[in-house]
Design a protein around this ligand. Structure first.
Ligand code: ADP
Ligand code: MG
Length: 716
C-alpha cells in the first residue's frame, strides 16, 4: 500500500473495519453480520435518513404507536425504586413544541446522565401513558458535542446490536483518518465540472455529516452519479468492444424494395415507425453490426419495422431472418409477413442477367420436414430464399445461409448470450445486424441500465383507430359473476373469449391441475353450454395445435388457458379476457396478457378477477397494480408505475445484489442522472477505450462489479 497521493477505494477496501477506534471483536462480528467488513463497506453504509433538527423530530409531531426520533432538551430526571425493586428513572424532556415523558427501567445511571439542560436524541416507540406521550427505554444519544443541524440515521440492526450512533461514530473516525491524504476522485474533472458535481471526498464526508439538507442532496447526487457511471462504463466498454471487434455489413438503405413495400401498405406509417426506421437505417448503413433493441407496446406495429429492416438486407443482395420464440408464433409471423409482401418484386441486381423476380419468403420450423425441409435448406444456402422465418432453431442448427445480413429476433428475453455467439459463428467473418424486438416496455432508464450495451429504439405511438380495451377489476364473487355474464354476452354476439388460469409459480404441475379444475368448473357451471377448450404447457404439441386451430376457426367459444397464451396468440375475434387470481401476476405480465384482446374491430374487455382476502382482518386491500391496469392502457406508463411500486432492485435481478447494488441511485428518482452518466461513459470510453488513463476507474469497476454482475449487465 502506498502512502502517497489520495486514498483510493481499492485501498479502503483492504482496510479491515476492526482497525477503527471502538470496533472490538464483538462489534466487528456484528458489522460482519450486516455485510460490513472493510472501511469501504462502512463508508458506503449511507444513512437511510437525515433528521433536520430545526424542521423534524419535534415533540409536537410525535404519533402514538410509531417509532420516532426526537431531539430534545432534558428538563428533569428523577429516580425511584418500583415494584420488584426495579429502579425507574423518569425524565421529562421538551423542545419548545411540547413535552415528553421518558421512563427507563433498570438504568439507574440515567439520573446522573440526564442533567437538566442537556441536549439528547431519543429514538424509540411512542406510547400514550396517562393521557400524555411517553417513550420507554429509548436509545439515548448525547449530542452535546455534535453541533450540526442535521443528524444522520443509519440502518440499524437490533439483531446485530448495532445502533445508528455507533455507526455514525465509526464513520466519523474513518473519515477523520482519511482526511490527511484525502480520497481519490478518478472521475475526470471535465465531467464533474460540467455537471456541477461536488468532489468525491467532500461528497463522502457530507453524505455522512451534512451541514444542511441541501449539501446532503448535492453529496447524494454526486455519489449516485458515481454508481450509475460505473454501471454505464461497464456496459459502454462492452458495447464499444463489440463494435470494434465485429465486422458488419454495410447495407443499402435507400433502395426501391423498401420503398415498394411502404407504398404497398394499406396505411401510412406512424411518426414513431418512421423515426425508428430512420434510426435503424443509420445502423444498417454503418460498417459495424447493429445491435438494437426495439421496444414497442403490443399492437404498436413492430412487424412493419422488422420487415423494413429485413428488406434492407434483401435489396443489397443479402438475406434476412426473423426468429420467433415458438413455432406457433413463427407460423403467425410467416402468414402475416407473406401477406404483407404479396406481389412485391425484387429489382434486378447490377450483376443479374434476369429482370425482376418475386420475393421469396419461407418458413422453417421443426414442423417443416422431409423433402420440403431439404428444398428450403438448399435454397437458403445458395441465396434463393430472401427472408426466412422460424424459431431460434434457425441459428442453432446446421442451417447455412448464403449471406445473412439482418436478423430480427422477436421477444428479447429468450435471446441470450449463446444465441448471439451462434449468430457470429453462423455469419463467419461478418456479423449480421441484429434487431431485438420486445413488447414488454421497460422504463427508459432501466433499459439504459439493463440493456445498456444495446441501442434502444422506442415505438411509442399506436396506429390510429384502435378501440381501447375496457379493463375492470372484479374483486369478489359478485363482480366475478358479471365477468362470466360478459363472456356469455360476447359469445352470443359471435365473439370469443380467453380465460387465463391462476399463475402458480412454484409448480407447473399444480398450475396445470388448477387449469384443469377451472375448465371443469366453468364447463359445469358458469359457462355451461358454451364450447370450451383447454390449453396448457404440459399438453403434447399436436394437441395444443389442434386446440388452437379449433379456436382460431371459431369452433370453440372460450379458450381456458394457462399463461402459455401470453405471447403472440392472435385471434382478432376474441373480445373478452378473464384473468383469474389476477393479483398473482405482475403488471407487465397482465398488460401482455391483456394485449391478446383488442386486436379486431370490436370493442374488447379485460376482467381482472381476485378473491376476497381469506384473512378477515384484512379489508379488501387496495391493489395499486390492478388499479394501474384499470386506469391505463399505456405499456410505458405502466412500466414506470411498476418501477415505482417495485423499486429498481427487482429489475436488476438478484445477480445484482451486494456491492454493485445501486445504493443511493434510483432508476426512478434519478432518471436524469442515468442519462448523464451514460453520456459521460461514452465520452470517457470513446477517448480512452480501455480506460488506460483512468486506472482508478478501472479499479472501481473491478471492485464494485463482480464478474457475474458484469456478465448479467451485458447479457441481451
Ligand atoms: P406489434 O407486433 O407491435 O404488436 P403488429 O406489427 O402486429 O404490432 O401490428 C398490429 C396491427 O397494426 C397489425 O394489424 C398492423 O397491420 C397494424 N398496423 C401497423 N402499423 C400501422 C399503421 N401505421 N397504421 C395502421 N395500422 C398499422
Ligand atoms: Mg408482434
Amino acid at each position: 500500500m502506498t502512502d502517497v497521493g489520495p486514498i483510493t477505494l481499492r485501498e479502503l477496501a483492504e482496510i479491515d473495519v476492526g482497525r477503527l477506534k471502538g470496533v472490538g471483536d464483538k462489534k466487528r462480528g456484528a458489522l460482519a453480520s450486516v455485510g460490513v467488513d472493510t472501511v469501504l463497506d462502512l463508508l458506503m453504509t449511507y444513512p437511510r435518513r437525515w433528521v433536520d433538527r430545526t424542521n423534524e423530530a419535534r415533540v409536537a409531531d410525535l404519533v402514538a404507536g410509531q417509532e420516532a426520533l426526537v431531539l430534545v432538551e432534558v428538563r428533569s430526571a428523577t429516580k425511584r425504586v418500583g415494584r420488584n425493586r426495579r429502579t425507574i428513572v423518569e425524565a421529562v424532556v421538551g423542545d419548545g413544541t411540547g413535552r415528553l415523558h421518558v421512563v427507563f427501567f433498570n438504568q439507574p445511571w440515567r439520573e446522573r446522565q440526564l442533567q437538566p439542560g442537556l441536549n439528547v436524541a431519543l429514538f424509540g416507540k411512542v406510547d400514550v401513558y396517562r393521557g400524555g406521550l411517553q417513550m420507554t427505554n429509548p436509545i439515548v444519544d448525547l449530542i452535546g458535542d455534535r453541533t450540526g443541524r442535521i443528524v444522520p440515521i443509519y440502518p440499524q440492526s437490533e439483531k446485530a446490536q448495532l445502533t445508528t450512533w455507533e455507526i455514525a461514530g465509526w464513520v466519523e473516525n474513518a473519515l477523520e483518518r482519511c482526511r490527511a491524504r484525502g480520497i481519490a476522485d478518478p472521475v475526470p474533472a471535465a465531467v464533474t465540472d460540467r455537471l456541477g458535481l461536488v468532489d468525491r471526498q467532500a461528497a463522502l464526508a457530507t453524505i455522512h455529516l451534512p451541514e444542511t439538507i441541501g449539501a446532503k442532496e448535492r453529496a447524494r447526487r454526486r455519489l449516485a452519479f458515481d454508481e450509475l457511471l460505473r454501471v454505464q462504463l461497464a456496459l459502454v466498454m462492452r458495447k464499444r468492444a463489440l463494435e470494434r471487434d465485429a465486422v458488419g455489413v454495410r447495407h443499402t438503405v435507400d433502395g426501391v424494395l423498401v420503398d415498394r413495400f411502404h407504398a404497398a401498405l394499406p396505411f401510412s406509417l406512424t411518426g414513431a415507425q418512421r423515426r425508428v426506421i430512420d434510426e435503424i437505417a443509420v445502423d444498417l448503413a454503418a460498417a459495424h453490426p447493429m445491435h438494437r433493441l426495439l421496444q414497442g407496446d403490443v399492437g404498436a406495429g413492430k412487424t412493419v419495422v422488422a420487415v423494413t429492416a429485413l428488406l434492407a438486407a434483401v435489396q443489397g443482395g443479402d438475406q434476412g431472418a426473423l426468429m420467433a420464440p415458438t413455432e406457433v408464433l413463427a407460423e403467425q409471423h410467416h402468414a402475416s409477413v407473406t401477406a404483407m409482401l404479396a406481389g412485391i418484386e425484387v429489382p434486378a441486381g447490377e450483376t443479374s442477367l434476369f429482370g425482376e423476380r418475386p420475393l421469396r419468403v419461407e418458413l422453417l420450423t421443426n414442423r417443416v420436414t422431409g423433402n420440403e425441409r431439404k428444398r428450403i435448406l438448399a435454397a437458403l444456402a445458395i441465396g434463393d430464399v430472401d427472408v426466412v422465418i422460424g424459431t431460434h432453431a434457425l441459428i442453432q442448427e446446421a442451417v447455412a445461409f448464403q449471406r445473412l445480413g439482418v436478423v430480427v429476433v422477436d421477444e428479447q428475453h429468450r435471446f441470450g448470450v449463446e444465441q448471439r455467439a451462434a449468430l457470429r459463428a453462423k455469419a463467419g467473418g461478418t456479423v449480421p445486424d441484429v434487431l431485438v424486438m420486445t413488447a414488454t416496455p421497460i422504463p427508459r432508464t432501466a433499459a439504459m441500465t439493463v440493456y445498456g450495451d444495446l441501442d434502444v429504439s422506442v415505438l411509442d405511438e399506436m396506429p390510429p383507430g384502435r378501440t381501447p380495451i375496457v379493463t375492470r377489476w372484479a374483486a369478489g364473487p359478485l363482480l366475478e359473476a358479471e365477468a362470466w355474464a360478459a363472456v356469455r354476452a360476447e359469445v352470443a354476439a359471435g365473439r370469443q373469449a380467453y380465460v387465463v388460469c391462476p399463475l402458480i409459480e412454484e409448480s407447473e404441475k399444480l398450475e396445470v391441475a388448477s387449469a384443469e379444475a377451472t375448465y371443469e368448473r366453468l364447463q359445469a357451471d358458469e359457462l355451461a353450454g358454451l364450447r370450451l377448450g383447454l390449453l396448457h404447457g404440459r399438453m403434447a404439441t399436436s394437441d395444443k395445435d389442434a386446440t388452437m386451430d379449433r379456436f382460431r376457426r371459431g369452433e370453440l367459444d372460450v379458450l381456458v388457458a394457462t399463461t402459455v397464451i401470453e405471447v403472440g396468440v392472435d385471434v382478432p375475434n376474441t373480445t373478452v379476457m378473464v384473468i383469474l387470481d389476477a393479483d398473482r401476476f405482475g403488471i407487465a405480465q397482465l398488460h401482455q396478457l391483456r394485449g391478446r384482446v383488442g386486436r379486431g374491430a370490436h370493442e374488447s374487455q379485460c376482467w381482472l378477477v381476485t378473491k376476497p382476502s381469506d384473512d378477515p382482518t384484512v379489508a379488501d386491500a387496495a391493489n395499486p397494480r390492478l388499479e394501474a391496469l384499470v386506469a391505463s392502457a399505456d405499456g410505458f406508463h405502466l412500466a414506470e408505475v411498476d418501477l415505482d411500486l417495485r423499486g429498481a432492485g427487482t429489475l436488476m435481478s438478484s445477480a445484482q445484489k451486494g456491492r454493485s447494488d445501486l445504493r443511493l441511485a434510483s432508476l426512478r428518482r434519478d432518471r436524469e442522472l442515468v442519462g448523464l452518466a451514460r453520456d459521460a461513459a461514452f465520452e470517457i470510453v470513446d477517448a480512452d477505450p480501455v480506460l488506460a488513463h483512468h486506472p482508478g476507474l478501472l479499479d472501481e469497476l473491478r471492485l464494485l462489479l463482480t464478474d457475474e454482475d458484469t456478465e448479467f449487465l451485458t447479457r441481451s
